[in-house]
Design a protein around this ligand. Sequence first.
Ligand SMILES: C[S@@+](CC[C@H](N)C(=O)[O-])C[C@H]1O[C@@H](n2cnc3c(N)ncnc32)[C@H](O)[C@@H]1O
Length: 325
Amino acid sequence: MTASNADDKGYLVIEEIPERLDEQHTITTQTLGFLVHPLIPILLSPNDNPPSSSTLTFTPSTPLKIADIGTGTGAWLLDIAAHLPPSLPALLTGYDLVPPSTTTGHTAAALTALHKSHPNLTIQFLPHDMHHPFPTPELATYDLVAARFVSSAMTRGQWKDVLGNVKQLVKPATGWVQWIESCNFRVYDSVPSVAGTAKVGKGVFREVWEGLEPFRELVIGLMVREARDVKREELWRSAGLVDVHEEVFSTDRIQDPTLQIREKGTRNVMECYLGCLETLVGAEGSGWTKERLERVRGEVDAAIDKGVYHALDQVCMIGRRPEEE
Ligand SMILES: C[S@@+](CC[C@H](N)C(=O)[O-])C[C@H]1O[C@@H](n2cnc3c(N)ncnc32)[C@H](O)[C@@H]1O
């Protein structure tokens, strides 16, 4: 069986829930502890100083340019904007197959606040399929281009090509790419202090996990998630990036119970997995029916209510575009 949820290009098409993306943004940012990896010399600061890369200066005619690919609700980009020095000239662009509404909802409200607090900032959301080259006038103009949680939208073989498109956007010599995905998926289905939770959770979490099998060989999202060494840094170097660096953070490292990261993160990732499985309903040979999915959904909810959780890691990869290629 192939991943028949996939569209004719072979990757997953999952309908996103804006609230899930916004919550995922909060959890991810707390887990990583940064919006931009500290090795990238664009410092975000609440002070009115320019970003402190000694080589970069930004003016209204050459503003700081940051793009976010597969931006979703724009949560990352809007958070970046809020952390920029208020008077910094900056142009932020969120690309997505389906850009967020800028007239209603959370994205619109954040934009209104930013227009007041950051008079020299422009934020735009534009439609673009990352599988295609970006518009020529945009190429080689960005200081930073980021992508996050877009790996289910490409097959293994397509990652390098998409990375190539993304790389073309950044400035030679000084421009950086940052990419964040979930990785090293493992099912941790017990809570040390609650006896018997392993029994409660194991069955249904495993059922969900094993249900994802058809995607593993095809979809890059499930490749970056594998615990074995999938040589991500090599792929980045072969795509022509230098100063490549990867770092992995466990969602389980934040132990503040008031944040409820285990519970929220588990619900979030299960929503994502179940969304994948939903695409298998009715596919010949998948074994997934509406009734089965409903049962699993109920059991997953009940297990999480009892404190069963699922941990995973987040990988942050960065690389710089060299001066000459
Ligand atoms: C899981 S969401 C992540 C959103 C956002 N990056 C974040 O971290 O909150 C994946 C996003 O990728 C977008 N997407 C899917 N395929 C795409 C494509 N071919 N080109 C651009 N965006 C795409 C989806 O529309 C969705 O908004």
